[in-house]
Design a protein around this ligand. Structure first.
Ligand code: TGC
Ligand code: FAD
Length: 390
């Protein structure tokens, strides 16, 4: 992958301004120098490259589109280009940045008290503190509104009981944003600090996907937290769903990065691999059909991401637009990875090439932050006015 110079068939770059191109170049260089050389080993060994966290902070990639508290205040398009480049490295790395930025810093920024913002946002921005987001439970994934985790107010404390599952960065987090139902049956968000008695985190093992990312379970057993750790400015499921909009947006761009890595690898391979009459496999129509499909879908995905990003920058993006972006771009990225794997033949299954790692990662990305089918239902509800969830 040395000398990667991006994927641009339709002069997409003509739609970007100089600042956006510079941010993309910085993140591309970071991935080329710091991520590509080490990521296969981390993925093979099932370890998260934690040493990269301070550098990500220094580059301004945490909470990049927020303002103040040391945040970079980038446009949504510039932030999207960062996630695209990070996910060309690995979906696990992009996941870490998405969770830290969209699912931890954003709720504190949007729903937190001044004291919570002052305490956590600068540390999270620098990467000296790590955060996680606990919404999913063992019995409630696509339907988080059914959650069983409870928070009961007792004097100046809330007492949390329940369990969260599949939580990115759970066991390495200094602070967990945890969503729980209160006595009025309404969902509220709480900041639970590492080491709070009654709070435990453990890691999920045996993953064939996102191996370079930490995925954990969290449990709360009569876990007492100070009442001032309640996020005061949001009540109801729209609180966590508002955070998911931010993260799903970043995934919509990020998945393109994984697709670009697979397409680029397959294209280079097809031009040099020779079969039959000493001709490169790229000269066969069936191989060109796959490459043409990939570059067409990547190009359409770029335009969708850019358009939703520009809408978001004008505060005009509806959450159903973001659902379409996440649904479409992750699906085409997964299909691109599968076609690229096929073009590499047997070489497609080994970690000399990044394809199988991306393909396996994308299986998780297809499921988390709302499964592909859940996003179809969100769009279906938007166009028909009829909810088909139940
Ligand atoms: P519903 O009745 O439709 O809505 C409840 C309230 O929320 C509002 N709302 C939204 N608000 C903001 N953004 C959105 N996207 C919203 N969607 C709905 C809605 O207007 C309503 O507000 P109000 O004021 O009337 O109360 O809720 P529902 O229970 O029918 O569920 C809807 C559904 C299925 C779409 C939703 O629950 C859903 O999105 N399910 C998927 C769950 C999911 O995505 N979980 C992700 C967990 S986090 C994660 O995966 C992190 S991976 C991180 C990584 O490593 O990158
Ligand atoms: P289910 O909801 O059980 O869905 C199973 C299948 O049923 C899917 O195909 C789904 O589309 C389908 N289905 C469900 N309901 C319907 C319906 N109404 N109509 C049609 N089909 C339906 N969660 C967090 O809170 N924080 C995190 O940091 C986090 N990180 C994650 C990291 C990884 C690696 C993974 C894999 C997951 C993570 N998740 C996280 C959880 C993720 O959000 C859930 O896995 C996801 O929301 C789906 O829930 P589920 O796995 O319980 O699947």
């Amino acid at each position: 992958m040395a000398g990667y110079s991006g994927v641009d068939f339709i002069d997409f770059d003509s739609q970007l301004n100089d600042e956006e191109k510079l941010v993309r170049q910085t993140s591309r260089q970071f991935v080329e120098n710091e991520v590509v050389p080490i990521i296969e080993k981390h993925s093979r060994e099932g370890t998260f490259p934690r040493h990269l966290v301070p550098q990500l902070g220094e580059l301004g990639f945490f909470g990049a589109s927020l303002h103040g508290y040391g945040c970079a205040g980038m446009s949504n398009v510039a932030y999207g280009l960062v996630t695209q480049e990070l996910e060309r490295g690995d979906s696990g790395l992009r996941s870490f940045v998405s969770v830290q930025s969209a699912l931890v810093m954003y709720p504190i920024y949007a729903y937190g008290s001044d004291a919570q913002k002052d305490k956590w946002l600068p540390q999270l921005q620098q990467g000296t503190a790590i955060g996680c987001f606990g919404l999913t439970e063992p019995q409630f994934g696509s339907n988080p509104g059914g959650m069983l985790t409870r928070a009961v107010k007792k004097g100046s404390k809330y007492v949390l009981n329940g369990e969260k599952m599949w939580i990115t960065s759970g066991s390495i987090a200094d602070v967990a944003v945890v969503w729980a139902k209160c006595e009025d049956d309404k969902i509220r968000g709480f900041l639970v600090e590492k080491g709070t008695p009654g709070f435990k985190a453990w890691d999920v093992h045996g993953k064939w996907s996102l191996r370079a990312s930490v995925t954990s379970g969290l449990s709360f057993s009569d876990c007492e937290i100070p009442a001032e750790n309640l996020l005061p400015n949001v009540v109801g499921l729209k609180g966590p769903l508002g955070c998911l909009n931010q993260a799903r947006y970043g995934i919509g761009w990020g998945a393109l990065g994984a697709a670009m890595a697979c397409y680029d690898t397959a294209l280079q391979y097809a031009k040099t691999r020779k079969q039959f009459a000493n001709k490169p496999i790229a000269s066969h129509q069936l191989v060109q059909d796959k490459l043409a499909w990939m570059i067409t879908e990547i190009s359409k995905g770029q335009l969708l991401a850019l358009h939703v990003g520009r809408l978001k920058d004008q505060n005009k993006a509806d959450h159903s637009h973001i659902s379409m972006l996440k649904m479409n771009n992750v699906a085409i990225a997964l299909e691109t990875a599968r076609k690229a794997r096929d073009i590499l033949g047997a070489n497609g299954i080994v970690d000399d090439y990044p394809i199988m790692r991306h393909m396996n990662n994308l299986e998780s990305v297809y499921t988390y932050e709302g499964t592909n089918d859940i996003h179809k239902l969100v769009i279906g509800e938007r166009v028909t006015g009829i909810s088909a969830f139940v």
